[in-house]
Design a protein around this ligand. Structure first.
Ligand code: SF4
Length: 477
């Protein structure tokens, strides 16, 4: 069996809808647009006005939901979640939304991020007799809400959020309300919009990790949920409260490098534009004579376009991707070299033969996939291969909702650029500088990004504690 790919793993995607007769169906469509953020499980929780029902399954959104399963989550308020999980914890148990009945009523929650003090919080709860249903970090949010001494649900949620450390973009649904909140550092995105009403129906309010989900359901993007803000939507209308003081911002820059779809606005910026600018910046920083720019599809395509436009070197699709490959595949008994990568990518020999190629990808994680791709292109007849990466060397793991290998498995944590070049077998190798990346994602506020996986410096405490206890409480991602 082979899976053969080497990327930081996508995180989770969340959606929320308030005030639409087909709320669950809209969530389903929104989740379909966010499928790239998690492919292991998906779920929807919806309120029919008196209770909250939930339906969750392992698998892809389109396989999980149909008319029958959507009929199990009726109502005009709904939240949805699509999930990628780390190995070994992909059980249905941890699929979201998580729903509980507590002293504040019935609540369902869906989370994108990673609560870095979840292990400590959970240990304290368990000491005082609390019983957890899952091993997900998200469940501590519900325990904090239930244990809060605040009298109203809104105050209890606010109280709970103040005790969390780390990354969280959350949506919650109760029989009467939908809530959306973002951590005070704003690690993960969360956009807010509306579907215009008509013929006696008011506007519906919607939330999603990325705005590409809005496009599919006819929603208009209004703004981001702000870091440290909780938006409350109920029969009384839309209100907002800031539950935490302003903090230095840590928007995940890797959303722009790789995770988000180019047709999304993320942190208020077009991913297409920032990614194209990464390519342009890379061409300015490390230009080289060549006959063509070849992207590693799909995520390298937009930066390659920028590189080609800036350098004047033509863009050529010298690698073709097969989109219909699952996570694993049965290999023939006579081993095929680089089988895992060949399942996904095939070089176009007619384009590459005798050519000097700039091969552009968005990241190098372990280096093993890059090595195989370089070998494939060389076997297809390229005379020179100049590898260009549209972000800086990835030297440190992420603790904020992205599944990354351990530090020692990241090739750039132990090898210099020259050593990596030698390992992957390219004729030259260059990464985009951190300054260049910040510039490409700039809207005048360049200091607002988390860049910890490139610097090894983390904006929160608890990172090391979390590392030790990772096996006990898994990130919901
Ligand atoms: Fe994003 Fe990297 Fe920061 Fe994680 S460490 S939040 S992947 S920039």
């Amino acid at each position: 069996m082979s899976s053969g790919w080497d990327k930081f793993k996508d995180e989770c995607g969340v959606v929320g809808v308030y005030g639409h007769s087909e709320a669950a169906k809209l969530c389903y469509l929104g989740l379909h647009a966010l499928q790239h953020r998690g492919q292991e499980s998906a779920g929807i929780a919806a309120s029919d006005g008196s209770t909250v029902n939930v339906y969750r399954q392992m698998g892809l959104v389109a396989d999980i939901f149909n008319e029958d399963t959507l009929a199990r989550v009726p109502g005009s308020k709904a939240i949805g979640h699509t999930r990628y999980s780390t190995a070994g914890d992909s059980a249905l148990l941890n699929a979201q939304p998580i729903v509980v009945d507590c002293n504040k009523g019935r609540i369902a929650v869906a989370h994108n991020g990673n609560i870095v003090n979840a292990a400590d919080l959970r240990k304290n709860f368990e000491r005082s007799g609390s019983i957890f249903q899952t091993t997900s970090d998200t469940e501590v949010v519900l325990h904090l809400i239930a244990k809060s001494h605040e009298l109203t649900l809104v105050d209890a949620i606010t109280d709970a959020l103040r005790r969390l450390e780390g990354a969280y973009s959350l949506v919650l649904v109760t029989p009467t309300h939908v809530f959306a909140a973002r951590d005070p550092r704003g690690f993960r995105p969360l956009a807010m919009g509306h579907i215009p009403g008509g013929s006696g129906r008011g506007d519906s309010v919607v939330f999603a990790s990325e705005t590409c989900a809005f496009d599919l359901i006819g929603a208009v993007y209004d703004r981001d949920v702000k870091p440290g803000e909780m938006v409350v939507v109920g029969p009384e209308g839309v209100s907002s409260r800031f539950y935490a003081p302003a903090m230095p911002q840590s928007n995940c820059i890797f959303e722009h490098v790789y995770f988000s779809r180019p047709d999304s606005l993320v942190f208020g910026l077009s991913v297409q534009q920032s990614r194209e600018e990464m390519g342009r910046q890379l061409a300015r920083e490390s230009g080289v004579e060549a006959d063509m720019v070849v992207p590693v599809p799909d995520s390298g395509v937009t930066a390659s376009l920028g590189y080609a436009l800036e350098s004047g070197i033509p863009l050529q699709f010298g690698l073709i991707r097969n989109h219909y490959v699952g996570r694993t595949f049965i290999e023939p008994s006579q081993k095929v070299r680089d089988f895992g990568v060949k399942l996904k990518l095939n070089p176009v020999r007619q384009l590459l033969e005798g050519k000097r190629v700039i091969l552009l990808d968005d990241s190098i994680v372990r280096g093993t996939t890059s090595k195989k791709i370089v070998r494939m292109i060389r076997d297809a007849g390229a005379t020179e291969i100049h590898m260009r990466i549209s972000c800086p060397p990835t030297i440190a793991p992420c603790y904020y909702g992205v599944d990354t290998p351990e530090r020692r498995q990241l090739i750039a944590s132990t090898k210099s650029v020259e050593e990596i070049r030698e390992f992957i077998g390219a004729d030259s190798l260059a990464f985009l500088s951190l300054d260049g990346l910040r510039k490409a994602c700039s809207d005048g506020a360049e200091t607002r990004y988390c860049t910890s996986c490139y610097t090894g410096k983390y904006p929160t405490d608890f990172v090391e504690i979390h590392t030790i206890k990772q096996a006990e409480v898994v990130p919901s991602v």
